[in-house]
Design a protein around this ligand. Structure first.
Ligand SMILES: [Zn+2]
Ligand SMILES: [Zn+2]
Length: 223
């Protein structure tokens, strides 16, 4: 389950966008808002207590901040693809390497704590599903070749399970599990609050949006 869910969600988002090509931006925005709130709740409810289990430590907080800054730097290269942001009108004929590498690094790191937190597999799956859809629709519009599109999306899909496998098997990563998890918490903090923020239009009160956000919190606390 830990490996399958994050993998399938990307492939499913890719497939839906590729063969169905949905046009409704509104539902996608709501799904994004829900995924952001669900992911943020899981992070606060499950992950955060774990890294502070041995008592409050100064370096844990520093590692969380490192994660936040690291994600901000990644978004400089990916232009925000991790939270469902795509830019540019140019045709894409070659592999968009900086986008691909930064997105993969992000997805890989997110996979690290999944072995210890099964719920997180759901959170990441729900977060990567709309991202995979948005990216696929964007690449299709940019005229990216089908072959390149498949390579990109399969690479992206494999990253989170790969992170989970690595975290559970590499001895060095096991030693620094606590620190790495703190970094991932920082990444998740930044990504999920950005998703919630960017899925809104000009800070207008939106009943549908606030409903899915509250629903995300409830779902995460019930898991
Ligand atoms: Zn953005
Ligand atoms: Zn992610």
């Amino acid at each position: 389950m830990n490996y399958i869910l994050p993998l399938l969600s990307v492939l499913l988002g890719f497939g839906v966008a590729l063969w169905w090509q949905p046009q409704g931006k509104k539902n996608l925005k709501l799904l994004l808002a829900f995924s952001g709130s669900f992911l943020l709740s899981l992070t606060v409810i499950n992950l955060l207590p774990e890294v502070y289990a041995d008592g409050a430590q100064f370096h844990t907080g520093v590692f969380i901040m490192v994660g936040i800054v690291f994600q901000i730097i990644l978004e400089f290269f990916s232009k925000g693809a991790e939270h469902g942001h795509v830019h540019g009108h140019e045709k894409i004929q070659i592999m968009p390497w900086s986008l691909f590498i930064s997105l993969c690094l992000h997805a890989l790191l997110e996979g690290f704590p999944v072995g210890h937190h099964q719920h997180l597999a759901f959170g990441i799956a729900i977060h990567h599903f709309p991202i995979a859809m948005i990216l696929t629709l964007f690449f299709l519009k940019a005229g990216m070749s089908k072959k390149l599109l498949w390579v990109f999306m399969i690479g992206f899909a494999l990253m989170t399970p790969l992170g989970t496998v690595l975290a559970d098997s590499a001895p060095m990563l096991k030693t620094y599990y606590q620190e790495i998890t703190a970094v991932v918490i920082g990444i998740l903090f930044h990504i999920s609050s950005t998703i919630i923020f960017e899925s809104s239009e000009g800070h207008k009160f939106n009943v549908a949006k606030i409903t899915v956000i509250i629903f995300g919190v409830i779902m995460a606390s019930l898991l």
